[in-house]
Design a binder for this molecule. Structure first.
Ligand SMILES: Nc1ncnc2c1ncn2[C@@H]1O[C@H](COP(=O)(O)OP(=O)(O)OP(=O)(O)O)[C@@H](O)[C@H]1O
Ligand SMILES: [Mg+2]
Length: 218
């Protein structure tokens, strides 16, 4: 059993907002946890992310893209996730392997069997105990992400993925939904088109369910 929970979903669905609130919730409960994210959960991953998200890199082919994400994951798993789990911490991670299957598999059309093999190499035996999938229409997610990025000091930092066409994001969304249907025991599907507070209530219930399964209340 592990204490590894991942947060997944399309651009702007609210993963980072909700993982922050979930982390606060665990801190309030005095539960030891580590909040992290892909690909930028390590120094090396941040540098890889700089290459991946640079919107000037329109020449990047899908094969390069996926291998860079995998390189960041291999580092992240060994440097951050496994040590934190070994210490008995809960690990909340903003995007993980499912993102690769949804974006590079369903979105870019790369071979899923191949992605599975490389993923096993980068993150051996590491499967989240629970994955929260924040689902909303692509238009809502992209609009939220756009609003967020318009407030950046330098809007040029909005990333390469947000500039993809709506059809790409729809394939990613459908890819995520398929993954959740294939593994209903692990996934919790959350309607992310609602307000932050309602979503937060659902997230808390999921986290509570997870924690409860480790520390049955007497
Ligand atoms: N339920 C919500 N309703 C309206 N706006 C929201 C909601 N949740 C988050 N937001 C806002 O939408 C924007 C995107 O949210 P957030 O950054 O959490 O999404 P994300 O899924 O992490 O996006 P990305 O995939 O780009 O990392 C932020 O400005 C955030 O404040
Ligand atoms: Mg985010």
């Amino acid at each position: 059993m592990n204490r590894f929970i991942t947060f997944e979903g399309i651009e702007g669905c609210g993963k980072s907002t909700q993982i922050r609130l979930a982390a606060q919730y665990l801190i309030e409960k005095n539960i030891s946890m580590r909040q992290t994210q892909e690909p930028s959960g390590t120094d090396i991953g941040r540098k890889i992310g700089g290459i991946l998200f640079n919107r000037g890199h329109h020449a990047m082919c899908s094969e390069t893209e996926v291998l860079l994400f995998f390189a960041a994951r291999a580092q992240h798993v060994r440097e951050v996730i496994i040590p934190a789990l070994a210490e008995g911490q809960w690990v909340l991670c903003d995007r993980f392997s499912d993102a690769t299957f949804a974006y590079q598999g369903a979105g870019r059309g790369l071979d899923l069997a191949f992605l599975n093999r490389i993923n096993d190499y980068c993150a051996p035996q590491l499967k989240p105990v629970m994955t929260l999938l924040f689902d909303c229409p692509v238009e809502i997610g992209l609009e939220r992400a756009k609003k967020r990025d318009d407030q950046l000091e330098n809007p040029a930092f909005s990333d390469r993925f947000e500039r993809e066409k709506v059809e790409f994001h729809n394939r990613v969304r459908q890819g995520y939904l398929r993954l959740s249907q294939e593994d209903p025991a692990r996934f919790r599907l959350i309607d992310a088109a609602r307000d932050e507070h309602s979503i937060q209530q659902d997230v808390r219930a999921c986290i509570q369910e997870c924690i409860g399964s480790f520390n049955p209340v007497g």
